[in-house]
Design a protein around this ligand. Structure first.
Ligand code: SAH
Length: 342
């Protein structure tokens, strides 16, 4: 019999499982605490649980773990990039960043990515599979164990498209914010999407307090379709309609991500179109100087990013430029990969 992934179970699901094993439901609370607060990696550690129950548990379940295969530490800032091996031998990357307001972790949601954004390294080796809720949690738990640092905020901006793994991501968010577990408020979580419109509507229904980041990167359909194939499925108008709905339902403003690429999307005309598109939408624009990847020739420079920022500000938009962290260890936006080189 194949064992079940206990770390992906909610507290309620765990209680039901225990009842089915003929145990008292309150045991579930103890076991959930061992897993998500004390971070036990084996059933043997659960000393307030009888040996008989521990044996039953280990016959039925496994505790999913990630192995750190490699760890790179930036010499510029305090950024650490982890290369994790999953239990089936696949690899993902996770980045721990040090911000003024605390430690932030950038996690992956899939092994590889099928979205095909031209400027992004995560999609180059293609898509392998979705990550389980336990594998998203373990990226946090293992980074905390290894670094001794506490993760205070989280961004779903690593490898993969979170909304293409919708059910597992929603389950993960519920586990993450569960008061009996890590208890991280979703106010400290950002989910980034390339624009899977149907799922943006679905996410709005959950009314989570998280920040939705939408990767826009261009202000015309023609240009966006060239650099982001997803635009051929859901164009800018459909995307912005979903964003308006999201803002209305959740009361949260949206953060639009815009990777500034020299000669591709940084002209005055691009800025004018963007100002018009976002007029009246409760949002924030986050400019990212495009990070270079070896397979492509997209470039950015400080000056053109600053110029573009001023153009947008003049048009009344709320704009910031994202700080680049971990660039010396290829840990910046768009530089994480499915296939790694030793
Ligand atoms: N799939 C999600 C989340 C992953 S990437 C999404 O598309 O939003 C997180 C952010 O980094 C996205 O805004 C993405 O477009 C951006 N990004 C990808 N490659 C980049 C690069 N080379 N330079 C700067 N930003 C990049």
């Amino acid at each position: 019999m194949e064992k079940e992934d206990i770390l992906s179970l909610s507290a309620e699901e765990l209680a039901d499982e225990l009842e089915a094993l003929g145990e008292k439901k309150f045991r579930a609370g103890q076991i959930f605490e061992w897993l998500h607060v004390k971070r036990a990696v084996s059933f043997d550690e659960m000393t307030n649980i009888s040996l008989a129950l521990r044996t039953k548990l280990s016959d039925k379940f496994y505790i999913n773990r990630l192995n750190i295969v490699r760890k790179l530490e930036s010499s510029i800032d305090n950024t650490v990039k982890y290369l994790y091996e999953l239990s089936d031998g696949n690899h993902i990357e996770t980045v721990l960043m040090d911000y003024k307001h605390g430690n932030s972790l950038c996690i992956s949601t899939q092994v590889g990515c099928k979205m095909g954004c031209r400027f992004c390294a995560s999609t180059i080796a293609g898509f392998k599979r979705n990550l389980l809720p336990s594998e998203m949690l373990e990226q946090i738990y293992e980074a905390e164990r290894d670094s001794g640092r506490k993760v205070e905020s989280l961004v779903l901006m690593g490898i993969g498209e979170p909304l293409d793994n919708y059910d597992n991501v929603v389950k993960f968010l519920k586990l993450l914010s569960c008061p009996k577990g890590k208890n991280l408020s979703l106010r400290h979580v950002s989910v980034s999407t390339c624009g899977l419109v149907d799922r943006i509507y679905d996410l709005a229904e959950n009314r989570f307090g998280l920040t939705l980041s939408v990767s826009l990167h261009a202000s015309s359909n023609e240009r966006r379709s060239e650099i982001m194939p997803v635009n051929k499925r859901y164009d800018i108008n459909e995307l912005l309609a979903a964003c308006r709905d999201y803002i209305e339902k959740t009361g949260r403003r949206i953060s639009f991500e815009y990777a500034v690429i020299r000669g591709v999307n940084d002209s005055q005309q691009d800025a004018d179109k963007l100002i018009k598109l976002l007029h009246g939408i409760n949002c924030h624009v986050n400019l990212i100087p495009v990070n270079e990847i070896k397979e492509r020739d997209f470039k950015s420079d400080r000056q053109s990013v600053q110029n573009f920022m001023h153009m947008l500000e003049k048009g009344g938009l709320n704009v910031t430029v994202r700080r680049t962290l971990g660039s010396d260890i290829n840990a910046a936006c768009g530089q994480l990969r499915r296939e790694y080189e030793i």
